[in-house]
Design a protein around this ligand. Structure first.
Ligand code: ZN
Length: 341
């Protein structure tokens, strides 16, 4: 009962990329880069195992950016044609590449990385991919002329990638859809439709991570304007509950999301975020257990997976390690209290 996992990213060591910075450039190249990524992923897998994390991830050590890491290998995208675009419904501007033709995945993107991780742990393995809606909100379109149409084209590529990740022995495939919170109506319609297309034919566990973003200033400012109660989830949780996705990952630690909204996901497993990613203060196991216990008012313990609010990438490595340990210990505390193991 109450297994533990992470939402996705973990900090990169300073010899691999500049630390405490999102999407920092690599400090190695060629074969050295691949070796370095493997070494970093392996170190985080061991750290997760030691912290008592049941479903481990590569900590996204193989990619610079959670969306562009996938897109870099996709044809139909012009990386010389960078467009400044207001993303997450104009929350912030970003320089993004432009889709100039039909998108195509000429070869697997993350499969070799997943195979490496699979060969190096006996734990259940999670791998994350960007969701179709979030991809479309992180890239400019000069070809499709319709976001839902472009999202469906990406969903097909993601599905092909996911099938190969599953074949490589990945147990949980998670799609990151932070854009769902910015486009709540669209999330309920083509957001969920393209998510369903992305997981078509998979028999492994599937998850979607929705969040209020990394602890960067733009997100902190945006959150200030959301009012006392964050009810964005309410608009699309009913549609998400109807979807074929198995798990939904949410931020619950220090969040203004009324936990009662989780009650709308009555047919899903809920990855309860019990670790704040916007603070360097390491939670105590008791605090983690308290967040999980609060969620239990709306979700049966059998459907709860203890998780982080979001990725831990922007934090110092030692803080992230401390937070992983707190997560493992907090879940263990609650399991003991519930009489399980
Ligand atoms: Zn997130």
């Amino acid at each position: 009962m109450i297994p533990t996992t992470v939402a996705g990213s973990l900090p990169k060591p300073d010899w691999l990329a500049e630390p405490e910075k999102l999407w920092a450039a690599w400090r190695l190249e060629g074969a050295e880069l691949i070796e370095g990524q493997q070494k970093a992923a392996l170190a985080w897998i061991r750290a997760q195992e030691e912290a008592g994390i049941d479903i481990v991830s590569d900590g996204e050590q193989f990619r610079r950016h959670f969306v562009h890491g996938f897109l870099e290998q996709i044809e139909g995208i012009d990386w010389q044609r960078m467009t400044t675009m207001g993303i997450r419904n104009d929350r912030y501007d970003a320089q993004v590449p432009t889709v100039t033709g039909a998108v195509r995945r000429p070869r697997p993107v993350h499969v070799a990385s997943a195979q490496f991780c699979r060969a190096n742990t006996d734990k259940l393995l999670k791998f994350t991919l960007p969701g179709p809606m979030t991809i479309c909100d992180t890239i400019a379109d000069a070809h499709y002329g319709s976001r839902p149409e472009m999202a469906m084209a990406f969903a097909e590529l993601l599905n092909a990638e996911a099938r190969e990740l599953e074949a490589a022995g990945v147990d949980v495939i998670q799609f990151d859809e932070p854009a769902f919170n910015a486009f709540t109506e669209e999330a309920a319609t083509w957001g969920v439709e393209t998510l369903n297309r992305s997981i078509e034919g998979l028999s492994c566990t599937t998850a979607v991570h929705i969040c209020y973003g990394y602890g960067i200033q733009e997100n902190i400012d945006w959150k200030k304007g959301l009012g006392k109660e964050w009810r964005q989830y309410e608009a699309f949780f009913p549609a998400l509950n109807e979807s074929r996705i198995d798990q939904v990952s949410l931020e619950c630690a220090h969040s203004h999301v009324p936990l009662s909204l989780i009650g709308l996901l009555k047919d899903k497993e809920v990855l309860v975020g019990a670790i704040d990613v916007a603070s360097t203060e390491v939670e105590t196991p008791e605090e983690v257990a308290a967040t999980l216990r609060a969620a239990m008012e709306f979700v049966d313990p059998e459907r709860i997976v203890a998780c982080t609010n979001c990725g831990l990438a922007p934090l110092p490595g030692a803080v992230a390690e401390g937070k992983l340990k707190a997560l493992g210990a907090g879940a263990a505390l609650l399991r003991k209290e519930l009489g399980g193991n």
